[in-house]
Design a protein around this ligand. Structure first.
Ligand code: AMP
Ligand code: MG
Length: 403
């Protein structure tokens, strides 16, 4: 059995970023940039006023109070600009280009205007209230680097340097096949011997959380022929297939057999982690990937966070180093593990910012989704470590984004 870190290494060695595509700005939120974005002109493109007020020559205001003759107006978007000469000023609105001859802007609040004359109540300095051309960025400078996962501000920046579309890595389509003849979807009648399918909705949500929009999901019975058929059909449409259940060594665990039937290459089967030991990873040609997660809900969520999500991030274009995100956080209470493999213990985040800590959440085992619902992620208790004391730093994998 291989260690979790080794399993992650094998996955990342097999997964490649999907082909880059040029997409319009309204389709790239959360996508990973596949090109550098540079400024196509200086920002701001001219010297601009930061205030509503009057453009002046600073030396004309040497004596306060003084009066200057108003010779015109310039607003944001005005192309024509009256010149400021000795003894004159121009009314200027925020965002307008500073007229030739002027070297300062005085805020309207520090003036009074009457009959084409403006009275200035204070002196001013050269450059006051003026944003200098190129002070934000100069033409040709890179403003966003390849590899950036685009947020709202960054998409705004792309538009401000003239982009209507940018090159981003494609995002994978992912399908979830939940195996188990005991499974029923919520909303239909369940008999005592049957179980509601919670893995399907949980994985769909976790995928949406990771920015995936092309998601398939269905229940599949414990039949190797049908599992193989469904996988084959899914492999024609999706980059990633996640199976839940049926991956261990029980009489009705047919996932490994079905994976081999469709000609996939098994890269590992069995990971030294708790929960999630029987995990399987296989590949098909053409950068297609199959994950078999044991069926218990907490095994599914842990396996997804530790191994599947990093693969999805890599396919989406993130570099390998950024694919598995963990935080080093102090423990609020001690945790212990009797497992002879790495244990992932549920944890809840407490506090915020630099005061962020993690409190272990007790569970009755890997089927305990009530405990799982209290947690924000998992704490790693490494192999051969029996106990980690309160206050010590632990590695925490978040299941949600941390504000
Ligand atoms: P398996 O890995 O198939 O042996 O399943 C392990 C346990 O997880 C069994 O108790 C299953 O009934 C349960 N289980 C399997 N699939 C699901 C699912 N989709 N939702 C909730 N529980 C499941
Ligand atoms: Mg099963």
């Amino acid at each position: 059995m291989i260690a979790t870190k080794e399993a992650l290494k094998i996955i990342l060695a097999n997964v490649r970023a999907l082909k880059a595509v040029r997409n319009p700005l309204d389709k790239v939120l959360g996508c990973c940039l596949a090109e550098d974005i540079w400024a196509d002109r200086d920002l701001p493109p001219t010297d601009r006023s930061a205030m509503d007020g009057y453009a002046v020559r600073a030396k004309d205001l040497a004596e306060s109070p003084c009066e200057l003759r108003l010779v015109g107006e310039v607003a944001a978007g005005s192309a024509k600009c009256p010149k400021v000469t000795a003894g004159t000023c121009v009314r200027i609105l925020t965002g307008a280009s500073v007229p030739g001859g002027a070297n300062a802007v005085v805020k309207v609040e520090e003036t009074t205007e009457r009959d084409d004359f403006v009275k200035f109540l204070s002196i001013t300095k050269v450059g006051a209230n003026i944003c200098i051309q190129g002070e934000t960025v100069t033409k040709g400078r890179v403003v966003l680097c390849k590899g950036t996962v685009l947020n709202a501000a960054q998409i705004g920046l792309c538009a401000s340097v003239g982009k209507v579309a940018v090159k981003v890595y494609g995002r994978p389509g992912v399908t979830v096949l939940c195996t188990g003849r005991e499974l029923r979807e919520a909303g239909v009648k369940v008999e005592p011997h049957q179980l509601r399918n919670s893995n399907g909705p949980a994985l769909r949500a976790a995928l949406e959380n990771a920015g995936i929009s092309r998601i398939g999901h269905q229940i599949v019975p414990d039949d190797p022929r049908i599992i193989a058929e469904k996988m084959k059909a899914a492999a024609a449409k999706y980059n990633v297939i996640i199976l839940t259940g049926g991956v261990s060594v029980g009489k009705y665990d047919f996932v490994p057999e079905a994976v081999r039937q469709i000609g996939a290459t098994v890269r590992f089967h069995g990971v030294a982690m708790k929960p999630g030991k029987p995990q399987l990873y296989a590949t098909l040609s053409g950068n297609r990937h199959i994950f078999g997660l044991p069926g218990n809900p907490l095994s599914v969520l842990t396996g997804f966070g530790e191994l599947v999500l990093p693969a999805i991030r890599r396919l989406s274009g993130l570099d390998a180093k950024s694919c598995h995100v963990t935080l080093k956080l102090p423990l609020v209470r001690s945790v212990s593990s009797k497992a002879n493999r790495a244990a992932f213990v549920l944890g809840k985040l407490i506090g915020s910012g630099k005061g962020l800590r993690v409190r272990p959440v007790e569970s009755c085992g890997s089927a305990d989704l009530v405990a799982g619902a209290q947690a924000d992620g998992v704490v790693l208790v490494p192999k051969n470590v029996r106990r980690i004391a309160a206050g010590e730093l632990v590695e925490f994998t978040p299941w949600r984004s941390i504000p």
